[in-house]
Design a protein. Structure first.
Length: 192
């Protein structure tokens, strides 16, 4: 699947994703057409995806890891389907062991972290959740850039998880903890 040549191409592009195919070819002693063919094959095979990664620290974002146990396979599948469309989710997987899922999410500030832990968006409120733990990521060591979902169109009334942000108590400007709303909704007032 990954020939020595493909590894060399990927290594160079991981160092600098904007490196021209001509430059990649020059460094490897092959033509840019050969590089393009190999890269296109890897894309077509689903091996590689070209995308922009964002440094969450530069945007002032906090990251949280949530692990949990869901009681049945049916509830786990429903939960995965629900959460995979959440714009704050940057990593979502099932696991083997004491916990059977893990989600890594971004939050604009400590208030949003608190709301993810205790509020309307709280994973603990979902059907079938037996237990869950939330951890605040202190320093993102590697990678420094993540596949953050930036959404320039905010036309949804209801968040992908089904929450109506406009009616949420944490969205209203009363109290000490104000949520900027879901980045996918028209109510959002944050940096994402």
């Amino acid at each position: 699947m990954l020939s020595a040549r493909r590894k060399e191409i990927l290594e160079l592009l991981q160092q600098d994703g904007r490196m021209s195919l001509s430059e990649v070819g020059r460094r490897l002693g092959i033509t840019h057409i050969s590089v393009k063919k190999q890269l296109n094959k890897m894309i077509d095979e689903g091996l590689v995806r070209i995308s922009a990664a964002v440094n969450p620290e530069k945007m002032g974002l906090k990251m949280v890891v949530i692990v949990g146990e869901i009681d049945t396979y049916k509830h786990l599948q429903e939960f995965m389907t629900l959460l995979k469309d959440c714009p704050r989710v940057i990593f979502l997987s099932t696991m083997l062991g004491a916990y059977n899922f893990m989600a890594m999410m971004v939050a604009e500030d400590p208030c949003v972290v608190r709301i993810l832990a205790l509020g309307m968006c709280c994973i603990r409120n979902r059907p079938g959740i037996r237990r869950s733990d939330i951890y605040l990521v202190e320093d993102l060591v590697y990678p420094t850039h993540i596949p953050l979902r930036i959404n320039s169109r905010r036309d949804r009334e209801i968040a992908p998880c089904g929450v109506h942000c406009g009616e949420c108590q944490y969205y209203q400007p009363s109290g000490e903890c104000i949520c900027p709303a879901c980045p996918a909704t028209k109510y959002y007032r944050g940096p994402l």
